[in-house]
Write a protein that binds this ligand. Structure first.
Ligand code: ATP
Length: 289
């Protein structure tokens, strides 16, 4: 049996860091939403008891470092599964980009294997397992739009935000999330107003959503990589309604309401950046069958 499942990217509408915890993690508060840019995960049962990752992207590890591999290993060990699986990853989401590509692959693998191995786990149980793999995996299990707290694993689902275009642009650098957090100075941060963003989403107020985008990690990544700040400026100049860096970067996204302006921003950015995408917000989550 073979299962195909989509693993969509996320963007951060807000990303706030409240404090550093005694366990070394940062206490975060962030609003994430999935976009229509997705990897394809193919899961095929193997008679031999092994986990095999097949990806033709040289930036994606094909061993136990792969988050999808870790998802399969966790389920196998926890539920005593004796058969193996081949995980085919067709990568579309840029790697190390702040778009949670690896986390989304892991979440899709959890959902797909739940079906393939007939485990009958609920979405909440899969999200709980996901939090053992990485902070963003829980959110990716639900998809859609959510407020995430704690390390990112405490999820409160939100309604879909007002729909619009999202132009994503990634400069040709990869950013290490761990390094960005290491360099974050908590004093004097300009915190986003998370409550106002929740209100904007709940009332479907596009202008309010645009006014309240905010990401404290910009204070680190924009200094380390001036090209990210340049892309932000370009996107604003070409007329995006609002612009922000996603996650720890380096991907920058612009929200745009009108088709004509989306084309202008997309074409303008193509001149500066190899990886540019124009996609829609997905809004709702993907149901677990
Ligand atoms: P986040 O937004 O959650 O911080 P990211 O988008 O910045 O994530 P990823 O694309 O998940 O970053 O990749 C970060 C690193 O994780 C990569 O450099 C790669 O070595 C490793 N990795 C592990 N599994 C995967 C996967 N399935 N796809 C891509 N990268 C993976």
């Amino acid at each position: 049996m073979k299962i195909m499942i989509k693993a969509p990217a996320k963007i951060n509408l807000t990303l706030d860091v409240l404090h550093k915890r005694p366990d070394g993690y940062h206490e975060v508060e962030m609003i994430m939403t999935t976009v229509d840019l997705a990897d394809r995960i193919e899961l095929e049962e193997l008679r031999k008891d092994e986990i095999r990752v097949v990806s033709h992207n040289r930036f994606v590890p094909d061993d136990s470092r792969n988050l999808a591999y870790q998802a399969a290993k966790l389920l196998k060990e926890r539920y005593g599964i004796r058969s193996g699986v081949e995980i085919g990853i067709q990568k579309v989401i840029p790697v190390a980009a702040g778009l949670a590509g690896g986390s989304s692959d892991a979440a899709a693998t959890l959902k797909g294997l739940n079906k393939l191995w007939q485990l009958g786990l609920s979405v909440d149980e899969l999200a709980e397992l996901g939090s053992e793999i990485g902070s963003d995996v829980s959110f990716c299990v639900y998809g859609g739009t959510a407020l995430a707290k704690g390390r990112g694993e405490k999820i409160k689902l939100l309604p879909p935000p007002p729909n619009c275009w999202v132009v994503l642009a990634k400069p040709t650098i990869g950013v290490s999330t761990a390094e960005v957090y290491k360099n974050l100075k908590l004093d004097g941060l300009k915190h986003p107003n998370t409550e106002k963003m929740v209100e904007a989403i709940e009332t479907g107020d596009y202008q309010q959503m645009c006014r309240n985008l905010g990401n404290v990690l910009e204070s680190v990544t924009l200094k380390m990589y001036p090209e990210v700040a340049q892309i932000k400026e370009q996107m604003e100049r070409f007329g995006a309604d609002a612009v922000l860096m996603s996650g720890s970067g380096p991907t920058v996204f612009g929200l745009i309401q009108y088709d004509s302006r989306m084309h202008r921003v997309y074409n303008g950015l193509k001149g500066f950046c190899d990886q540019v995408y124009a996609v829609r917000l997905l809004g709702d989550g993907i149901p677990v069958e």
